[in-house]
Design a protein around this ligand. Structure first.
Ligand code: NAD
Length: 418
């Protein structure tokens, strides 16, 4: 059982390399992390005590443009996780066809244990650490797990203090007042909803599938709301403690409003409350993991009853689990495709910052769909061709990876790097 995200990222690249005929030398070059910044940041807590936190910024590959990727605050962040997430960002940006490479940042911290002023100090300290390596033409961070627009605002402010000029394009996912884009907070969830529609069309489904969503943070909550509003029956939602299940369909807006007010799904007027982990057992048409890596692994994959999966989190299905599900005919829309909506609208935000001209939300949403539709269509077409040529047990991920990896290789060849 492999639960190291970096090993998973390497295994995924090796699988596609075998299919598209890459040499060991090319694999080695493609897996190389260009730069890894490691550091310890310290802040004075509200009682005046010094607290220290380990932090990283991983820059994987910038052959197609500046490094791009979120910043994660989580108590279980590891160096390998940050590296893996930066590799996945490279493939995601290439598949989306946007001019960025892959990066990612992380800090080992449970932000729920910090006061707002401590969180601000931590965010500013992290921004000081990474300031020398980021910038609108170098590396453009954004939010990820447990980070949001306010944290991006503190980081941008700290970065601009360091470089002594305004540079809004250095960080995306900012609040509107600091040059953020309309449509950015909901972008990843909305993009996932577009993917749901493309999948239903590609499969020729006449009846709308039922859906179970694991994790209702930024990504999972917007995804569920769009799916609900689009007429899909969301029958289960989970957070890190509980799962709410209702086979008649959950009123997502009401259930999430209840959770926002009371802190959990417990006590909500409809449905049944079970433990968070039981989301895996739900009989649904589409399972949507939207929390963290390795939610489905070799040791729990047999519990999955869903016919298909949309990976809204990064790396939620381990390669071993993916192989077993693919064997059974489960189609898994891979993370690099399913959750690309966030980085695409981050790219729109960056374009708006560089040009100084801002778009309406309708334009952002339309352009998002315009970028995602061909990304899905290309990956799907490539997957069908690979299956015809190499056999039916090839995961959908390989269609997406084949396109993304070949685009990165092309850019590296043109630069004489491969
Ligand atoms: P978030 O911090 O807003 O939400 C994560 C949620 O997962 C939290 O609500 C947490 O309670 C929940 N969670 C944790 N463990 C869980 C468990 N075992 N079961 C159920 N829920 C659990 O983070 P987010 O931004 O929504 O990111 C979620 C995933 O999507 C991550 O893998 C992230 O890398 C990926 N992603 C995020 C974006 C983005 O724009 N925010 C873009 C692309 C990919």
């Amino acid at each position: 059982m492999v639960n190291d995200p970096l090993k998973n990222a390497e295994a995924q690249l090796r699988s596609v390399a075998e299919l598209i005929g890459l040499s060991d030398k090319e694999i080695k070059i493609l897996l190389k992390i260009d730069n890894l910044l490691k550091g310890e940041i310290s802040i004075k807590d509200d009682k005046g005590k010094i607290k220290k936190f380990k932090a990283w910024r991983s820059q994987h590959n910038n052959a197609r443009g500046p490094y791009k990727g979120g910043i994660r605050f989580h108590e279980r962040v590891t160096e390998n996780e940050v590296k893996a997430l930066s590799i996945w960002m490279t493939w995601k940006c290439a598949l989306a066809g946007i001019p960025f490479g892959g990066g990612k940042g992380g800090v080992i911290v449970d932000p729920k244990k910090l006061s707002v002023s401590e969180l601000e100090k931590l965010s500013r300290a992290y921004a000081r650490l990474i300031s020398p390596v980021i910038g609108d033409k170098k590396d453009v961070p954004a939010p990820d797990v447990n980070t949001d627009g306010s944290i991006m605002a503190w980081m941008l402010d700290e970065y601009e203090k360091k470089v002594k000029h305004g540079e809004p394009g250095a960080i995306t996912g900012k609040p509107l007042a600091l040059g953020g884009s309309k449509g950015r907070p909901e972008a990843t969830g909305l993009g996932g909803y577009y993917i749901l529609k493309f999948l239903v069309d590609a499969l020729g489904l006449e009846k709308k599938p039922t859906i179970a969503v694991q994790g209702v943070g930024n990504v999972g909550s917007y995804f569920s709301k769009f799916a609900h509003d689009g007429g899909y029956k969301v029958i289960a939602l989970s957070d890190s403690r509980n799962c709410i299940f209702d086979d008649k369909g959950i009123d997502v807006h009401k259930a999430l409003a209840w959770k926002a007010d009371s802190g959990s799904f417990v006590g909500y007027s409809a449905g049944r409350i079970v433990s968070a982990d039981e989301i895996l057992d739900v009989k649904c048409d589409i399972f949507v993991p939207a929390a963290l890596e390795n939610a489905v692994r070799g040791d729990n994959v047999e519990r999955i009853k869903a016919k298909n999966i949309i990976e809204m989190a990064n790396g939620p299905i381990s390669p071993e689990a993916e192989a077993r599900l693919t064997e059974k005919g489960v189609i898994i829309v891979p993370d690099v495709l399913a959750n690309m909506g966030g980085v695409i609208v981050s790219y729109f935000e960056w374009c708006q910052n560089l040009s100084g001209y801002y778009w309406e939300v309708e334009e952002v949403r339309k352009r998002l769909e315009d970028v995602m539709k061909p990304a899905f269509g290309n990956a799907w077409g490539e997957w069908i061709s690979l299956k015809k040529e190499k056999g039916s047990k090839i995961p959908f991920r390989m269609g997406a990876y084949s396109i993304a990896v070949r685009r990165v290789i092309e850019a590296m060849r043109l630069r004489g790097k491969i």
